[in-house]
Design a protein around this ligand. Sequence first.
Ligand SMILES: CC(C)(COP(=O)(O)OP(=O)(O)OC[C@H]1O[C@@H](n2cnc3c(N)ncnc32)[C@H](O)[C@@H]1OP(=O)(O)O)[C@@H](O)C(=O)NCCC(=O)NCCS
Length: 157
Amino acid sequence: MPRMDARDEKRLPVTLSGVRAGEGPAVEAVIAGCGLHHADITANILRNTIVARKGPRVVGTVSIEVAGSSGLLRSLAVVEKFRCQGVATQLVAAAEKSARQMRIRTLYLLTLTAEPFFSARGFEKVDRSSAPAEIRDTAEFRSLCPDSAVCMKKSIV
Ligand SMILES: CC(C)(COP(=O)(O)OP(=O)(O)OC[C@H]1O[C@@H](n2cnc3c(N)ncnc32)[C@H](O)[C@@H]1OP(=O)(O)O)[C@@H](O)C(=O)NCCC(=O)NCCS
């Protein structure tokens, strides 16, 4: 079979699914490669993770950490070469759908760089201290994301 070059790979359609067996390290590599922390990614979080693929390659990911009736949308990451093709937009839409199925009513997130991206997708900036206790108790809120990160929320009911 002829080798696929980088341009061919970029043109492949995006497919979304859950994390497949043995794919955890690839997911963590994408997250780390995008400069996001991954120290607290557990099997539980991987179960609520959506992966975007081009062919067999993991090119993007997003997770929901369930915290009572709220969810923390975290680790939205798309490999640089595959950005600005709508991959993150599809991942966020899929994460919202999955959160609704889990009866989550409000999504929260912390971001250092992507506030405009999330604003354009219906998230509003809120005071970090206004998040519910279960969200403030996640490792991301407690210790992993700096105080300078912007807190945002979106009602998904
Ligand atoms: C943010 C990120 C996930 C976007 O991925 P993507 O697949 O390129 O996003 P999409 O193609 O769906 O959307 C692109 C749109 O978002 C905008 N955009 C992308 N990154 C942005 C950012 N950091 N700030 C503002 N806008 C951004 C693009 O300009 C484009 O705008 P348009 O729709 O008006 O043309 C990607 O840049 C990334 O992985 N960044 C590093 C990790 C990160 O910061 N994650 C968010 C914290 S949880």
